[in-house]
Ligand binder design. Structure first.
Ligand SMILES: NC(=O)c1ccc[n+]([C@@H]2O[C@H](COP(=O)([O-])OP(=O)(O)OC[C@H]3O[C@@H](n4cnc5c(N)ncnc54)[C@H](OP(=O)(O)O)[C@@H]3O)[C@@H](O)[C@H]2O)c1
Length: 244
């Protein structure tokens, strides 16, 4: 099969849905996954109505059986995977204001890390043999500027006061995954990068965000479609590197 195959998590709304649309518009076959079948199928229908090559597959990233079912499906249907966009993410601290580190519960920390970190590692490991069958595998970890230790240590930084601890630390851990995996795969054609979408109008980003989803999906799409001479092991927003 000549067409590139991409798999996106959390593709029923927000940046994930828009990433599915933009990758499909670029001629890529998109496996758009979401944890809720009804919401996932309903969200994709308008894309399919436009003739975009997008299919729904159910995946709660925290569900071991569903992750295995997805691996089995991609193996038997396509035999390879060219692009993985680890987009699904949650903010469970209870909002963006204040600094939750002194009070955040173990439950919130664990829930947040399950979705934003542990399941990303597990899904990527599960799919890696299929990505290694691609001629030019691309892995995009949808992180956030909130995961930057450098920026969060700078009192002059715009987001310095925005410290939901579970969310921010889960994205820092995700960034470390990017760095380690990129190095582990450095001798292969696979490229692994972290994306900061910008502050985007979604349920997670809130209506106060300045960017529309069309802009917010661009960084994921750029990193998913990098040329052979593109970066590996970086952290980017719209082509600009961010400090770890
Ligand atoms: N918006 C921003 O300003 C911003 C900034 C920086 C980074 N990000 C990152 O961008 C990514 C997308 O966020 P968004 O703004 O588009 O938020 P969103 O509109 O809230 O979408 C989040 C997506 O993740 C899915 N999800 C959550 N838990 C899941 C699970 N266990 N299994 C599968 N899917 C799951 C959600 O599914 P349900 O609908 O079923 O809940 C939804 O599809 C996240 O990783 C976020 O951290 C966003």
């Amino acid at each position: 099969m000549d067409k590139k195959i991409a798999l996106i998590t959390g593709a029923n709304k927000g940046i994930g849905l828009e990433t599915a649309a933009q990758l499909a518009q670029a001629g890529i076959k998109v496996i758009a996954t979401a944890r809720n079948e009804e919401r996932g199928k309903a969200a994709l229908q308008p894309l399919q109505d436009q003739g975009l090559d997008v299919e729904f597959v159910q995946l709660d990233v925290n569900d071991d059986n569903q992750r295995q079912a997805v691996v089995d499906y991609v193996t038997s249907t396509y035999g390879k995977l060219d692009i993985l966009v680890n987009n699904a993410g949650i903010e469970a601290d209870g909002g963006w204001m204040g600094n939750t580190v002194a009070s955040v519960s173990q439950d919130v920390l664990r829930k947040t890390f399950d979705t934003n970190f542990f399941s990303v590692v597990a899904l990527t490991q599960d799919l890696l043999p299929l990505i290694q069958k691609s001629e030019a595998g691309r892995i995009v970890n949808v992180s956030s500027v909130m995961g930057s230790l450098t920026i969060h240590s700078d009192p002059t930084a715009e987001v310095y006061g925005v410290k939901p601890f579970a969310y921010n630390s889960s994205k820092s851990a995700l960034n470390m995954f990017t760095v380690h995996l990129a190095q582990a795969l450095a001798e292969t054609p696979i490229k692994v990068n972290s994306a900061h979408p910008g502050w985007v109008k979604t349920d997670l980003g809130t209506e106060h965000a300045p960017l529309e989803v069309a802009e917010g999906a661009k960084t994921s799409v750029q990193l998913a479609t990098l040329d052979a001479d593109g970066p590996n092991g970086g952290y980017f927003h719209l082509g600009q590197p961010l400090p770890w």
